[in-house]
Design a protein around this ligand. Structure first.
Ligand SMILES: Nc1ncnc2c1ncn2[C@@H]1O[C@H](COP(=O)(O)OP(=O)(O)OP(=O)(O)O)[C@@H](O)[C@H]1O
Ligand SMILES: [Mg+2]
Length: 369
């Protein structure tokens, strides 16, 4: 599936950017194109280089090598204040001695853009849902409201690009979910390009047009949220974005659209689709990723279902509302299966039970070994 967002001239181009801090490579040859109006997320574990990459876009750090272009112009050497880029950080620094209105107006006043200032400030406060809070001091509002002030303060100058470094991470889950939805709405309404940093994969999936999954300074995959979840290209991406089953397999043969795979514990080799340009050939060792929700469980006495099937034992199971997640032991290694659960059905499979585990072959993602 092609990503559509790359068609127009990119607003921001990160071209083979590397950042080294005496000996450590924080960002390692990252290349990304961001389209105008896009919501792009940098997703990855702590220390993988997300903030460093963002700080280079903002102009707070200079790349060791590589270029950063905005609308085609190299801005690697431009100081931060010359860039049409706004910033929202996790540890936001609002001015405590100023009220909400003056905090938001600050950027316009500092840039001497005072024409229509009152209208702009009030429009932005309405956009972030803070009408009526104009005269409150920042110490007299909640954490979520402070986060909105920080957002309003960055939005009011109409930057071309807004960089947001874990802006929601200090908030409790409920408020966080609410602000995720609002942030997405504001982004769509303003049309401003957002580069958003998080280590929360659910947040990334729910908000982004595209996600750049980072690991140890590198971007391992840059694709739409749906593509990232359903077609992870590396083992790291498969495991970091959602839960998955990773199983070793061997390609028995391959043709134009797919391959036939053999897996220990599964009697019959099975055909799976391959993404275009996949370099996998007959005889190669590969990994397959199957999401737990695509696994089906049945009694061991049932006739074998179509699709890859193996037997296993229930190690444990946990109930989470509408589903039950089983931890299973099988000849292919430990597996997870998440199956729908409805009231009155009871737990069909107790711990220790031998069950049949299967999935539809076309829900298998093949990852190079
Ligand atoms: N100024 C610095 N000097 C030396 N090393 C640094 C500096 N800034 C970052 N690093 C190192 O670069 C790597 C990437 O750091 P960075 O802050 O970009 O990670 P991150 O992905 O934002 O992590 P987190 O999710 O914890 O915020 C880390 O190993 C960090 O220790
Ligand atoms: Mg960081």
């Amino acid at each position: 599936m092609p990503d559509t967002a790359t068609l127009s001239q990119p607003i921001l181009q990160i071209d083979a950017v590397t950042k080294e801090f005496d000996g450590t490579t924080a960002v390692d040859r990252v290349t990304l194109d961001v389209a105008e109006g896009e919501f792009v997320t940098l997703l990855g574990p702590s220390g993988c280089g997300k903030s460093t990459l963002l700080r280079m876009m903002a102009g707070f750090e200079t790349p060791t090598s590589g270029r950063i272009l905005m609308r085609g112009e190299d801005m690697s050497k431009d100081p931060a204040y010359e860039r049409e880029i706004g910033l929202v950080f996790q540890n936001l620094a609002l001015f405590p001695h100023m009220n909400v209105y003056d905090n938001v107006a600050f950027g316009l006043r500092a840039r001497k853009r005072t024409e229509g200032l009152d209208r702009k400030v009030r429009d932005i406060l309405a956009l972030v849902g803070l009408e009526g809070f104009e005269t409150r001091r920042t110490g007299q509002i909640s954490g979520g409201q402070r986060q909105r002030v920080a957002l309003a303060r960055s939005l009011v100058t109409s930057p071309d690009v807004l960089l947001l470094d874990e802006p929601l991470s200090a908030l409790d889950l409920k408020l966080r979910r609410q602000l995720q939805v609002e942030l997405k709405r504001i982004q769509k309404e303003t049309g401003i390009t957002f580069i958003f940093v998080t280590h929360d994969q659910e947040e990334a999936l729910s908000m982004s047009d595209r996600i750049a999954v980072m690991n140890a300074g590198r971007v391992e995959q840059f694709s739409s949220a749906v593509e990232t979840y359903h077609h992870p290209q590396t083992r790291f991406v498969a495991q970091f974005v959602g839960e998955t089953n990773l199983v070793e397999a061997r390609a028995v043969s391959r043709d134009a659209v797919g391959a036939v795979l053999a897996v220990d514990g599964i009697d019959q080799p099975f055909s799976v689709p391959l993404v275009e340009g996949s370099g996998i050939g007959a005889g190669d060792s590969v990994w397959i990723s199957i999401r737990p929700e695509y696994m089906t469980l049945g009694p061991n006495t049932d006739p074998a279902p179509t699709g890859p099937t193996l037997t296993g034992q229930v190690v444990s199971h946990s109930f989470s509302g509408s589903t039950v997640t089983y931890a299973l032991d099988s000849a292919a290694g430990p597996l997870l299966a998440q199956v729908p659960f409805r009231a009155g059905e009871g737990h069909p499979f107790p711990n220790g039970e031998t069950v049949q585990i299967s999935w539809a072959a076309d829900t298998t993602t093949v990852i190079p070994g």
